[in-house]
Structures are given as structure tokens and as C-alpha cells.
Design a protein around this ligand. Sequence first.
Ligand SMILES: [Zn+2]
Length: 296
Amino acid sequence: MRRALLLVPALWIGALLAAPAGAVKAVATLPDLAYFAKVIGGQKAAVTTLCPGTVNPHFLETKPSHVTSVSQADLFLEVGLALDLWAAPLRRAANNKHLIVVTCSKGCTILEKPTGIVDPSQGHMHPQGNPHIWLHPRNAMLIVSNILGGYKAADPANVAYFTANAKALLEKIQTSSSAWRTKLAKVNGQGYVSYHPSFEYLADYAGLHRVATIEPKPGVPPPSGRVAQVIQLVKAQKVKLLLQEPYYPGGAAQSVAQATGAKYLVLPTLSGGVPGTEDWLKLMQYNVDKLCAAIG
Ligand SMILES: [Zn+2]
């Protein structure tokens, strides 16, 4: 028992020690789900995040400590839509019979649902549509509601506490969103290019439209000649924004920027992806500010 504890990372031990007796133990695949869970759970929950904000959420390398976390958790929060596909094998390894699983994308309107047959062997990563849902405040509010449902099931005695916390969070998201929308009016109608379709919900919210991705399909690396194609599109459509995720190679988008004069912007897709984005509200604020500053 003592030996097993030594294998658990110090951070997680910290979360355990900080958790009051009887607290709901929640494990979230992504830091933004974890942020909402921390706010809703307050003093009556201990929340662990599996994927750091600097890592591609499609590909987390899971560790024995993750299995330990899930084996002792009450609540498991995932996006679903084939984004955090590594979550299901982790749960199987943890074999936790009383774990409540919340699929946080439930109820969201999903963009870019593929038509026809999607062949994952070709590298396509979005067989159920675009799963990067959390960069739209409307979806964030649905995620909050879904997480609240999980807490209600895990700890019925504290429903009023969780509901009050969720209500305050929803109000904060609404107030922030109102300010962001006003600011984003200046980027409305702009075209953009990104490496992977990670920003489609942010774009939907901001009134941006995607002209191309550096990847020809989600998950498929750019073949030779792709940069030249994208340069042509950017020039023809006078695109000003090249959005780059921190965890994908930026060379192709930088080449496009040099050839066209479009602005190359590294935007985080997850909280903690770059300094100053420690929670979802700061992540959204950061991205709104960067987009507006780039357009000038
Ligand atoms: Zn993706």
C-alpha cells in the first residue's frame, strides 16, 4: 500500500490531502472541463486533470498514475465525439464499478459532421463531427449543465450547493460573453487558416470563416505542395489570420505568413496552453484579445 502511494504524483497526493472527507472525487480529461468541475464542486469536490493544456488532446499518453486516479474517482468527465478516445481504455484499466461517466458534449450542436463514410485508416480524426466544442460560450454553458448533472448523481445530499455554484458560473460566463461579443464585432466576417480545425467553434462565435487548414483532413499531415496551395487561397481571399495550435508544428503556417503578410497567431485551445490562460475564462479572454489585436 505504501509502495503504491509512492507511485502517485505529488500533485495528485496534494489534491487528495486537500479534499475534505466525503468530497466528490472527479477526474476530467481536459483542463477546461476540470475548471468547470472545480467551480461547481467548490469545497465539496477534489478535481484531477489528465491532459495538460500544452498537449494535443487527441493524443494523451496515459500513465499508471492516471489509472490510479480513475480507479478511486466518483465522477469521470470527458468530451466524447471521439476527441478523448484514450479515456475509454483508461477506464477499462481502472475497472471502477461505481464510476459515473459524464459525456460533456451532450446537447451541443456539432459542426462539420462528415457526410458519407469516414475511413479512420486515412488518419481522419473527427468521425463524429468537430469535437473541439469548448471554445464557444454556448457550449461551455451546456458543459456546465452536464457536469452539474454528474455531481447531482454522485452526491445527492449536496444538490443545492452544486446548483448554486453552477448558477453563479453560468451567470459569469454570460456576462463575460456579452463583453467578448461586443469586442469581437471588429473581426466579424474575417477569413482564417488554422493547422487543424481546432478553432471552428470559436470562429462560429466570433463570426470568422475558415478558408483552409494546413492539414488536408483532420489528423492528416500536410503533403508536399500543401503550403503553396494555402498561400494561393490566402492571397486570393485576402486572409489576415493564421491560427496555430501550440502543440502542432508551426513551420507551414509561418511560411504562409511570410509569403502573404497574414498574421501568424499561436492561440491556445486549452486553458494552460500558454501563460496567462490558467482557466477557461482567461483562455477565452486571451483568444478574443489576440484576434482583435491582430485585425487592428
Ligand atoms: Zn481535432
